[in-house]
Design a protein around this ligand. Sequence first.
Ligand code: KG4
Ligand code: ZN
Length: 349
Amino acid sequence: MTAAPPRTVLGLETSCDETSAAVVQDGPGGPRLASCVILSQDVHRVYRGVVPELASRAHLTAIGDVADRALADAGLTMGEVDLFAVTEGPGLVGALLVGVSYAKGLALATGAPLVGVHHLEGHLFGTALEDPAAVPPFVALLVSGGHSMLLDAPAWGRYRLLGETRDDAVGEAFDKVGSLLGLGYPGGPAIEREAARGDPARYRFPRPMLHGGQRPGDNDYFDLSMSGLKTAVIRAVRAAGDIDLERAHLARGFQDAVIDVLVAKTLRAIQATGRTRVVLSGGVACNQALRAALGAALAERGATLHAPSPRLATDNAAMIARAGLFRAAEAGRPVDAAARLPFPGLERP
Ligand code: KG4
Ligand code: ZN
């Protein structure tokens, strides 16, 4: 006799600077988000970047209360959880270890199984919790502080890498340019605010890895790169004189360049694969200007954009619980925190 499939999953996510726990419940209507608690660690703002030791310590302090809160919000007790799902990598190893150890403890105490989830596969599942149409086949544009990739997903668990960044992740570029412009950490939301007031004609920055001569099959056709753009912004900042007068225009020039590249590469991806759905994920998916530009460009080609709300775009445990439900059959294999971890089911060109 095989065990009944799990219905109630508690997810835990501690790979970077968000301590998060969430409950996803499966039912006749499909998986449903019952609760999601995200505690963003504020301490890193002071240092303008994530300090790994401080992240681990903050996770350790918060994880128990965050998990209890997620259960209470869902109206459940720990004994009612059928499956624990935890991010095992990639990420900061000390931070991951807090979630993994805590999850192992819960599994041991309750007797419910534990499954390890790949953080990036988790990001692909987040949008589907709010938008039932955000399911394969789709093209995914995954743009966060640590990763930037364009994938083709013919089915859950089967992914083909189309392109990825050759240097900085897109969110990382937002953070670095934010810091150049004297904005706080993280840079993304601050740049977006400044850019909204900026003149789009004042600065025209290069669109890296984007030119008309590229053909499908060229190794830079889908790839991204942020370093040339960053250098161009550094030069412009030096030449700008009074940064207070130029900040909004520089932010606008930078953001427009990033958006142009992301939209063009995503259009190439739907053309090459024939997909009609694009799932946007990762912290940069919070950017409203990107969502508007991408949504409009896709609509012109008869394709749809599926973008999560901000809480499910940035790191959260709901996406981990949802991915854990998909990976439930793997419960029982050893789970270990790993800074680097191969993306399950990912085929590289
Ligand atoms: O997915 P995420 O929360 O963490 C990682 O897994 O990296 O992404 C965080 C990144 C940061 O680099 C942040 O600057 C960026 O997402 N971000 C944004 C916006 N909000 C967050 N980038 C551009 N525009 C935004 N509104
Ligand atoms: Zn992430």
